[in-house]
Design a protein around this ligand. Sequence first.
Ligand SMILES: [Zn+2]
Length: 102
Amino acid sequence: MEIKQFQELMRTVFFQRDAERGVMKTFAWFVEEVGELAHELRQVEARKASDKQQLGREFGDVFAWLCSMANLLDIDLEKVALAKYPFTCGKCRKTPCECENA
Ligand SMILES: [Zn+2]
């Protein structure tokens, strides 16, 4: 499955609920999920836990809520991501990036 398909799937499953909630409340959920991802990353950094599955789930949640927000604002994530990062670094135009202090 590609990004575009996943975003469409999220639209099919959640758009009605996302629309009722609205952009800013959906954004709040997104931020909460980013916070949970931050918590998991801290656990990994501190080597308190090495639960890759849980870490993966947090990445999935962040991405799902990002898709919900993009759907509410009619933004095609795959299109905008590829436009901004067209298979090369947007600054130095090298692959891999050779920018200093990146
Ligand atoms: Zn670069």
